[in-house]
Ligand binder design. Structure first.
Ligand SMILES: Cc1ncc(COP(=O)(O)O)c(C=O)c1O
Length: 454
């Protein structure tokens, strides 16, 4: 593991996407090099695609929009987002979103950062595998403990609602973060299952933060019938249900460079993250917000979604086929080989042990678990709950630089044993002194009562 050479700074690991881009650039990739195609990351085609509304290519910026915007976002965009969710997902429902249920931020990661910085001293669950940025992003904040929940590759990285409930209750989760559809597994939670998830959030009083950045990329739809999925459809009361939806222009509208995202949820959450925005970032890109509001027109958004589903549905499979025919090459972790081999060799790219399980990060967690010596695991069970779950001391404590594994529970256990021994000694001492004093007093009484006339 590299160490920072600059005093005071820690080594900041590159998360998946950044690492891959860095490697590709080392091999000659650039955004305008025609011989390269990026098959790996969610960097959507930003140009025109058949059937989609025309792309926005120019913008006039009046002087008023050169100023700082409101930290929670322009009210026209906030209202447009609320209207989009009410029209698309909440028709016929009594409880509706208003602009006060919406906060705008500079892109998805910042929206999540604002949310993370507004969380209290709680346990926050997130799945492994899930979006690569989560693990690192969540580890930066010290107020809460992030708890990875390992999904089983053999079960298709799906977690039934009953198992999820057990995780929430068993690990004392007050919040859960998940992308839906999941990046990278593509798992989609929808309809009855998503309704159950929202019910769990209510029942277990666990805030579900649902990252819906890919919620328009659903390919098993009928042609011409765009399908979008949102947990907002299953929220009963927009102020009471602890369900928070995060989305933005990055993927579903194919404008990643605009850096516009939104968070939709109860007003209390929106106020908290707007306050966080006032010290974290100072508000989203101001000039682009009004034009973004126009993109949220439900009809335009539907047209864009239908085009995305048709175009990418066809080109994904086709792209790989064409790449193979054209003799294209795939770059994988620094190794370059013919595209035609990519499918056959897919499993081979994973570290041993993760093969057949499908995901590198799943393997990493398995390794972490097994690295913990059996004694340490047994000891953890003996620890008071707050140490097991990782309280303030545990969270701030050292981590193994290689595995990221928290060392503190063991340290905490040793400290606890020492404290228990010291307090036993102290109590024994106090007991001895008390007995001694009592005996002396009794003795004195005896002698006093035996003095004639006393
Ligand atoms: C699941 C998921 N959520 C959020 C984001 C973040 O989007 P942004 O680029 O707007 O920060 C991404 C980006 O790749 C993503 O894949």
């Amino acid at each position: 593991m590299e160490q920072s050479t600059i005093p005071g700074f820690r080594f900041v690991p590159r998360t998946g996407v950044i690492y891959v881009m860095h490697e590709a650039m080392r091999h000659g990739f650039s955004y305008d090099a025609p011989q390269w195609a990026n098959l790996g990351q969610g960097s959507p085609e930003t140009g025109p695609i058949p059937g989609a509304p025309p792309r926005i290519e120019s913008l006039v910026i009046p002087a008023s929009k050169q100023q700082y915007g409101p930290v929670a976002g322009n009210s026209d965009l906030r209202q447009a987002v609320a209207d989009f969710y009410n029209t698309t997902f909440r028709r016929g429902k009594k409880s509706k979103y208003t602009r006060e249920n919406v906060s705008i931020a500079s892109g998805g990661r910042l929206a999540l950062t604002r949310l993370a910085s507004a969380l209290g001293n709680i346990n926050m669950g997130h799945f492994i595998p899930d979006y690569t940025a989560y693990e690192e992003l969540l580890s930066v904040f010290k107020a809460f403990t992030s708890i990875p929940i390992l999904l089983d590759g053999e079960a298709g990285y799906k977690i039934p609602a009953a198992a999820l409930k057990k995780e929430i209750l068993g690990r004392g989760l007050s919040a859960l973060l998940a992308s839906n559809p999941c990046n990278p597994t593509g798992q989609l939670v929808e309809e009855g299952e998503l309704r159950e998830w929202c019910g769990l959030a209510r029942e277990c009083q666990c805030s579900f933060i649902i990252d819906e950045f890919y919620s328009h990329y659903i390919y098993n739809t009928k042609p011409g019938a765009p399908r979008m999925v949102s947990a907002a459809a299953y929220v009963e009361n927009v102020e009471k249900d602890p369900v928070i939806v995060v989305d933005g222009l990055t993927k579903n509208w194919r404008y990643p460079g605009w850096r516009i995202s939104w968070t939709v949820g109860p007003k209390a959450v929106i106020e908290a993250i707007a306050s966080a925005g006032s010290f974290l970032d100072g508000g989203a890109n101001h000039p682009f917000q009004s034009i973004a509001a126009g993109l949220l027109d439900p009809q335009l958004a539907g047209q864009e979604t239908a085009a995305i589903q048709k175009h990418f549905g066809e080109t994904q499979a086709d792209g790989h086929r064409r790449g193979c025919r054209a003799g294209g090459r795939v770059l994988h972790l620094g190794e370059s080989f013919p595209a035609a081999e990519a499918i056959e060799r897919r499993d081979e790219f994973l570290p041993r042990g993760a093969q057949g399980k499908g995901d590198y990060r799943a393997r990493r967690v398995l390794r972490r678990e097994s690295r913990q010596p059996a004694g340490a695991r047994a000891l953890r069970k003996l620890l008071p709950r707050q140490f097991r779950a990782g309280n303030e001391k545990a969270r701030n404590g050292p981590r193994c630089p290689r595995t990221g594994h928290q060392k503190v529970p063991q340290i905490a256990a040793a400290a606890l044993r020492a404290r228990a021994a010291a307090s036993s000694l102290l109590y024994a001492g106090i007991f001895y002194i008390k007995i001694h004093a009592w005996l002396r007093w009794k003795h004195a009484l005896f002698f006093a009562s035996s003095i004639p006339g006393s």
